[in-house]
Each structure stands twice: as C-alpha cells, then as structure tokens.
Design a protein around this ligand. Structure first.
Ligand code: ACO
Length: 332
C-alpha cells in the first residue's frame, strides 16, 4: 500500500547580526557594486558571540513543529543536513533532539552541502513510504561564516548563516505532497567546493602541524557545472512527478547566485514572479537556503497556497537534489 506524505510544517531562523557589502569593504578589497552585480547579494546574517548553528536549528525546528501541530514526542527521526564548525559529533540532530524533547526520535546528520535539505526529504520520503516512520523532522543548519577565510574575497562575500526546518508526516487525506525526488552526485567534481574541518597530527609524527583550512571554491567551475547540468536534472524530476513544467506554480532554487537563478528561470521558462529569491538579504546559507526562501515567501504572501513547486539545490560533492512538491495552506 502506498503511504502518502504530508509536508506538515516549515520554519526558519537567522541570526540578528547583519553584515552589508559596504561593511565588507573594511576588511577586503571589494565593493558593493561588484558583489551585487556578480551575485545579487546585498547583506548576509552571521552568527556572533556564543550563538550557534544548533541554537538556530532548535528555533527553526520549534517553529516547524508548531505549524505541523505534531506532538514533539511523536517524532520518529530527526535528520539534520548540517555543517557546524565546532564538532563532527555528537550529531547536530542529537543536540536538537535534547533541546526540544523529541525523546522517541532516532537522530543523525547527513553531509550533502547545499543539496542537504532535498537529500533529507528523499530519505524522509523513503522512511515514511516504507512504514519505518510516521513523523520526521528535518533541520538544515549551517554556520558557514565560521568556516570562511575572511581574507579571501572570492569566497567570503558569498555566504551567510541560517537554519530551516520541515516536518514530514503521513498524510491524513490521501494527498501525496512529495511527488518526486531526484538526487544526484558526481564526486569527481569534489574539488570545486571544499569545507575542511581542521585537525592535528599525532604530536609524535612529523610534520605534526596542519595549516588551518577554510572553505575553498572554484566559482567559475561551480557556475558552469550548475548552468549546464541542473536544468536537465530538474526536467527529469518534473517528468517523474507526472506534472508538466507549465503546471508547476513556483520554482524555489538554492540561493547561491542571482545569475544562476535567472539562468534557470530562462531555461525552464518560468515567470520571474514565480521564481523565489531572497539572496539579497541572506546570501548563500547552504542547506538552509531553500527552507528559508520557501518559508519567507509563504509568510510574505509571495507564494499563494495551495501550490505546486520545484525545490532544487546544488552544492559541494558535487551534489544535486530536486523535488516536486505540493504545498498546503497553513504550513508556514
Ligand atoms: N570583490 C571584487 N573583486 C573580486 C571579488 C570580490 N569579492 N572576488 C573576485 N574578484 C575579482 C577576481 O580577483 C577577478 O579579478 P581579476 O580579473 O583581476 O583576476 C575578477 O573579480 C573576476 O573574478 P571571477 O572569479 O572571474 O568572477 P566571476 O564573474 O566568475 O564571479 C562568482 C565569481 C560570483 C563566485 C561566480 O563564479 C559564481 O557565483 N559562481 C558560482 C558560485 C556558487 O554557486 N557557489 C555556491 C555553490 S554550492 C555551495 O553553496 C557550497
């Protein structure tokens, strides 16, 4: 028996501290004009002091749970596509579990960079369809600002911090909200974007020091990869969904570069009014960018519900994830 899935709630959280493009001119040789025309970014929100990616994830999770009206103790899994700067374990998902009281959830993180939320939706869909789970909380949260080389103008201007969450459950009205999911990976392009976590060699080996490492990106190669491959991957996913491209109301792409978003819009012949972008305010918040853009556009009325939508992300790996969804009223 096919088990239909409901997207029951979504939410997001960003830090209060805002850094404008002009602010960045105090620390690197750049300009508001260069950043805006090349990327569409005007500002980004960044963590400060003791704020953390986990705290943002907790807030986003609570908002999504509240919208879903699902009791936190009924959550079976927490899956966190997350890159926090401080540690690889305990998992971000476990830390969020403890804070929100999801005592019956199994928890784990996944690494798929900016495609993370879509990868997590694919896993969530499979768990619910197979009967392994009824209620799943997905939390994308990233502290990219703490992993950047703030002297490298080619990368540091592009990113911001944020978290986004989504609750999946068994549909109570037979409508399936996740019509198709398509996940791709091409590890041979792994050098295009890297976010190392620095470690140290055993003090008894030579050399025993390792240079601190930061996010490194070959922006040109990423750009070429995405504009060449992503449209075809999206078309394949739409074909699987049973809908035609012109039946889909909104396109919500990963917020990495306005020029990439506009290239997608043209190639897929989407009405610009129906392509969601908030890159000017938040820059690239990695896996959190799609749920932030989705939630904000629903809350502001830019997305009118009910609706159908394509969510599509790409990121380090290289990874690509696309899903075609139905969005119900009241989810944000
Ligand atoms: N300010 C001013 N000048 C700059 C800056 C800056 N912040 N950064 C680079 N430049 C200079 C370069 O040094 C270069 O100068 P030169 O010609 O004297 O050598 C010039 O600007 C052009 O640099 P390019 O790298 O060629 O600029 P490009 O037009 O390719 O734009 C960008 C760079 C914006 C990074 C673009 O390649 C891009 O957006 N790529 C996609 C990136 C992306 O999508 N990343 C997200 C991937 S997934 C994930 O999120 C992990």
């Amino acid at each position: 028996m096919d088990i239909p899935i409901k997207i029951a709630g979504i939410g997001f959280q960003v830090p209060k501290t805002v850094i404008t493009n002009d602010d960045l001119t105090k620390i690197i040789d750049t300009s508001d004009e260069w950043i805006r025309t090349r990327t569409g970014i005007e500002r980004r929100h960044v963590l400060s002091g003791n704020e953390s990616a986990v705290q943002m994830g907790i807030m986003a999770a609570k908002k999504a749970l509240e919208k879903s009206k699902i009791d936190v103790e009924k959550i079976d899994y927490i899956i966190a596509p997350a890159s926090v700067e401080t540690h690889a374990y305990p998992s971000t998902a476990c830390e969020i579990q403890a804070a929100i009281g999801a005592v019956n959830a199994a928890c784990f993180d996944i690494t798929a960079a900016c495609s993370g939320l879509i990868y997590a939706m694919g896993i969530g869909k499979a768990f619910i369809k197979s009967g392994m789970a009824k209620n799943i909380l997905l939390v994308a949260t990233d502290a990219v600002s703490r992993c950047l080389d703030w002297t490298d103008r080619a990368s540091c201007v592009l990113f911001g911090d944020g978290a986004g969450a989504m609750v999946l459950t068994v549909s109570d009205d037979n409508q399936d909200d996740i019509l198709a999911v398509s996940l791709k990976a091409e590890g041979q392009f792994g050098d295009y974007i890297k976010m190392p976590i620095s470690g140290k060699n055993c003090p008894l080996v030579e050399p025993n020091t390792i240079e601190p490492m930061y996010v490194k990106m070959d922006g040109k190669e990423v750009y070429k990869y995405v504009v060449t491959k992503l449209p075809t991957y999206i078309e394949e996913c739409v074909a699987q969904s049973g809908l035609q491209m012109n039946e889909i109301d909104y396109l919500i792409p990963h917020q990495a570069n306005m020029r990439i978003i506009e290239a997608l819009e043209k190639r897929l012949e989407f009405n610009p009014e129906h392509v969601i972008s908030n890159i000017q305010e938040y820059a690239n918040t990695s896996a959190a960018s799609i749920p932030i853009a989705l939630t904000e556009a629903i809350q502001s009325g830019k997305i009118k519900l009910p609706a159908t939508a394509i969510l599509t992300g790409f990121g380090a790996g290289m990874t690509v994830g696309t899903t075609v969804v139905r969005l119900r009223e009241g989810i944000a």
